[in-house]
Ligand binder design. Structure first.
Ligand SMILES: [Zn+2]
Ligand SMILES: [Zn+2]
Length: 406
């Protein structure tokens, strides 16, 4: 280092760390330095780093993680002073203050917690603001795949904005801003509790009527657990049960799913008994069943959207002659066919959602029990075909993102 630069730096009165950062060796820096508290550049910041790392370790004690990344926000006046000093003495310096601080904190954290520094995919990112003395912890979200069973009628799949507080949060909505009585809200509560998380975002694989039950092996879905404090909780499905919802087949995914699988559904529709149906002859019934066997129907999901072809595997009348049992239609078909419309069609011709052909075109007087429209018996996944992100632009896709994903 040139002597003019050396004498310039000496006049500034810098601490050891600040001298090292400008390019002096460790020994020289120690010899020429002032105490950190008297340093004209960092004004004691470097001496406080140890207590900052104490605060970080302390704050992270409530988080489960294997890897981390530290970011630091530094007081702008210190950064400016260093820029000016380097400009004045025409030196480039060895590294920036920010690099030195984050390196110090990362080393300290790694040594004291035994966890690994990871630039690519850290379990948690810690943002430390020196000027505000604040620590912000951002755990990487966890993606799960699972299924839910629903054993009580009258629970909608999704929450809507609370009508009392309009999303602000009030006693009516448990201060969540959203209706607390939905599959979304119940699953969110169960998973938040298990992962000590902040929130959950869902990718649903189809949906059912609010009055439908979901039986058999349940309906699959993906969920993003946001802000988890625990990353590897023991997944005890015995704890993932509420009065009416049960979560099963929970699996941790490596990342957000790239695509959403298409699926097939088996369900039972409850029909209202009436004379028209009661008098349906056996031959007519068989004819109708054969029309729908392995056939395609056109589904219009909204007024603007193009019509899509979906496959019906079979439609079967059950208990037609047995008055003691409910009159049922068993349907097996592609996901994305609105079941009620497949049975009853659209009520008016200009209705945005319609299925053709539909059963009401062949059976006079067919109507669905309004109290229990249909129950889902089985949902089977077929394979990945649908990209969840590209779905967002369409008005009513088979799969909808509940919350915009980050
Ligand atoms: Zn200093
Ligand atoms: Zn509210």
């Amino acid at each position: 280092m040139q002597s003019a630069v050396v004498s310039g730096l000496l006049k500034k009165k810098l601490c050891e760390s600040c001298l090292i950062r400008q390019g002096f060796s460790k020994d020289t820096s120690r010899r020429l330095s002032v105490k950190s508290e008297e340093c004209s550049l960092c004004e004691g910041l470097m001496a406080r780093l140890e207590s900052y790392s104490d605060a970080l370790v302390n704050r992270l004690s409530e988080y489960e993680f294997d890897s981390f990344l530290v970011g630091a926000r530094l007081p702008p006046d210190i950064v400016d002073r260093e820029d000016e000093l380097r400009a004045e003495l025409k030196i480039r310096g060895k590294e920036t203050l920010k690099a030195q601080v984050t390196r110090y904190l990362s080393n300290a954290l790694s040594k004291r917690t035994g966890k690994r520094l990871d630039y690519k995919l850290p379990d948690i990112t810690v943002l430390f603001s020196v000027s505000e003395g604040s620590i912000e912890v951002q755990p990487r979200p966890i993606w799960l795949s699972a299924r839910y069973l629903k054993t009580e009628r009258g629970i909608p799949q999704r929450s809507t904005i609370c009508s009392v507080c309009r999303g602000v949060g009030c006693a009516n909505c448990n201060f969540e801003g959203k209706t607390p009585h939905s599959i979304q809200a119940i699953i969110t509560r169960l998973l938040k509790n298990m992962y000590r998380a902040e929130d959950c975002n869902f990718i649903w694989i189809g949906s059912e009527d609010e009055k439908s039950l979901v039986l058999g092996n349940g309906r699959p879905f993906y969920v993003e657990v946001v802000g988890p404090k625990l990353r590897h909780p023991v997944i005890d499905e015995g704890n993932l049960v509420s009065q009416s919802i049960k979560i099963t087949e929970v699996k941790t995914l490596r990342s957000r799913p790239r695509s959403v699988p298409s699926f097939r559904i088996k369900c039972r529709v409850f029909l209202v008994r009436n004379d028209d149906i009661q008098k349906l002859p056996q031959s007519k019934r068989e004819e109708i069943e054969s029309i729908f066997r392995n056939s395609f129907v056109s589904v219009r999901l909204s007024r603007k959207q193009r019509v899509v072809a979906k496959k019906v595997i079979y439609v079967k009348f059950l208990n037609l002659e047995n008055n003691q049992e409910p009159l049922l239609l068993e349907i097996c078909c592609d996901g994305g066919i609105p079941i009620k419309k497949l049975v009853a069609g659209g009520e008016k011709d200009d209705e945005p959602i319609a299925v053709t052909p539909n059963l009401s075109q062949y059976v006079k007087g067919v109507s669905i029990d309004p109290e229990r429209p249909f129950d889902v018996l089985e949902v089977s996944l077929l394979g990945a075909t649908t990209n969840p992100t590209s779905q967002r632009s369409e008005s009513k896709p088979d799969f909808e993102l509940e919350v915009p994903l980050k």
